[in-house]
Write a protein of this length. Structure first.
Length: 168
C-alpha cells in the first residue's frame, strides 16, 4: 500500500492507497482520532451493526505487536482497513465535533483524490505497470518468436521427431 499525501501538515488521520487504488484508513486510527472511550473491538462491532460489510466496506487486518511480557513478546491485534466512504459514514454516526471534523477531512481527501491531476497520476502509474508487464512478456516470449521466425524463413522441411530432439 502506498501512503497517500494530500496536503502537508493537514493530515488528521493517515490515509493510504490499497492494491485496488482505493483510499483506505485504519479503523484504529479513526477510533483514536474520534476519541472514542469504548474499547476498539467493541466500538467497531457496534459500527458494523449499521450495515458495513467485510471485504466490501472494510478488510480485517491482523497485526503482531511487541509486548512487555518476556514469555509472550508478541500479541495479535485486530484492525480494519476502511474504505473512504465507510470512514466518512462512521464519522457522521459519531455525532460530535471530532466526527464532523473527520468527515470534512475525508471529503477534502475525496476531492483531492478525484482531481484531474490525481486521476492523471494514477493513469500514468497504471500505464507504467502495463508497460513493464508487456516488456516482461516480450522477454519471456523471445525464444518462441526466434524459433517461429526460424521456422518461417526455413526453405527445407524437417521431421517432427528431429525437431523435438533439436528443441530439447
Amino acid at each position: 500500500m502506498n501512503q497517500l499525501t494530500i496536503e502537508p501538515n493537514q493530515e488528521l488521520i493517515p490515509v493510504t492507497e490499497n492494491e485496488q487504488n482505493e483510499v483506505v484508513v485504519s479503523g484504529r486510527d479513526l477510533h483514536e482520532f474520534l476519541e472514542i472511550g469504548t474499547q476498539y473491538t467493541k466500538w467497531f462491532d457496534r459500527m458494523t451493526e449499521y450495515g458495513f460489510e467485510e471485504n466490501e466496506d472494510y478488510v480485517l487486518l491482523s497485526q503482531k505487536r511487541l509486548t512487555n511480557n518476556p514469555r509472550n513478546p508478541y500479541t495479535e491485534v485486530g484492525d480494519h482497513l476502511l474504505k473512504l466512504d465507510a470512514a466518512k459514514e462512521i464519522s457522521m454516526i459519531q455525532r460530535n465535533d471530532k466526527g464532523k471534523q473527520a468527515r470534512q477531512y475525508f471529503l477534502q481527501i475525496e476531492k483531492a483524490w478525484n482531481s484531474p491531476e490525481m486521476i492523471m497520476k494514477r493513469a500514468l502509474q497504471f500505464a507504467d505497470k502495463k508497460i513493464v508487464s508487456l516488456e516482461e512478456k516480450i522477454k519471456e516470449d523471445q525464444p518462441k518468436v526466434l524459433f517461429a521466425d526460424a521456422v518461417n524463413s526455413s526453405t527445407s522441411s524437417i521431421l517432427v521427431g528431429e525437431l523435438a530432439k533439436l528443441i530439447s
